[in-house]
Design a protein around this ligand. Structure first.
Ligand code: SAM
Length: 275
């Protein structure tokens, strides 16, 4: 067991993954009960369409990275059926999820030819995971990273996001990029609607942070936001529908980069490949 696993929280909420796959009828990780709950949600909310949009984004994200000839992919909160290695074949993949059962389930399906490593660690544990040498091995010593996190960071605290993304900025080579989707609101975080959304997700046992989209850039500093945050449906060119457009609560997509001419942080790793 790697030392980074010692900090693994037992506080994971399996429904954050199972409702997603149940509503998409994808994979074999969810139960009949999840299918029933997701059906119930689909009667009340635009949940199915949002999840279809999210899945389409994940595919587009990997394909876009592949077009840009990235080779090393870090996927945070990769879930029970990661597909990066199918959408960007030929790359090296480090999948991370904090739920060990999800990791065990997904590992069984990975083949050697996928060049994929799947580790149980929370987003907040990524620095420890990297210090353990896992990333060095998974990426064969390369540090130019394509970082992915699709529909995950709304379940992660500000502190863990900040620490991990600032660590990754120092670790990664200039030219590295981050693509993210996460829930956000355009209203104030203490507005009635935002509170209602928080209570609803707590009630279905998938508690989430409902943040104002104006706070996103600061969470990922010093990465530079180069696109977004914009609603994910807009990002991928999904036709607006009455349920998805203009309601102020959405899953937002963004891209951040460590610019090719970025200077190293004094006293921190340069992000260059060690010689
Ligand atoms: C909605 S699913 C998305 C899965 C995958 N990214 C996809 O697009 O199919 C959210 C995933 O985030 C994981 N997750 C939630 N909080 C996490 C944390 N703090 N650290 C790592 N993974 C986390 C859950 O276990 C779950 O697999």
């Amino acid at each position: 067991m790697g030392s980074y696993e010692s900090a693994l929280t037992k506080n994971y909420h399996p429904k954050t993954a199972t409702l997603y796959s149940a509503v998409l009828e994808d994979g074999d990780y969810h139960s009949k009960k999840d299918r029933f709950t997701s059906f119930f949600l689909s009667l009340l909310t635009p949940f199915p369409e949002k999840m279809q949009i999210n899945r389409a984004f994940a595919q587009e994200m990997y394909k876009q990275y592949a077009r840009e000839q990235f080779e090393n992919y870090l996927d945070l909160g990769a879930g029970p059926m990661p597909r990066g290695h199918e959408w960007a074949p030929g790359g090296r993949f480090l999948y991370v999820d904090h739920n060990p059962q999800i990791v065990e389930h997904a590992r069984k399906k990975l083949r050697e030819a996928d060049h994929a490593t799947y580790e149980a660690a929370s987003v907040g544990d990524v620095p420890k995971l990297f210090e353990s040498g896992v990333a060095q091995r998974a990426f064969d010593g390369e540090r130019k990273l394509a970082i992915c996190s699709n529909a995950v960071l709304m379940f992660v605290s500000d502190e863990h996001i900040r620490n991990t993304f600032s660590y990754l900025y120092d670790w990664a080579a200039p030219g590295s990029a981050v693509m993210i989707t996460m829930t956000g609101v355009t209203s104030k975080e203490n507005a009635l609607g935002a509170g209602f959304i928080r209570s609803f997700f707590k009630w279905i046992d998938a508690p989430m942070y409902v943040r104002n989209i104006g706070t996103f850039q600061s969470l990922f500093a010093p990465w530079t936001m180069v696109r977004g945050p914009i609603p994910t449906w807009q990002w991928i060119g999904w036709p607006p529908s009455r349920q998805t457009a203009g309601v102020g609560f959405d899953i937002y997509a963004m891209r951040l980069e460590k610019k090719a001419d970025a200077r190293p942080t004094p006293g921190k790793p340069t992000g260059e490949r060690p010689r």
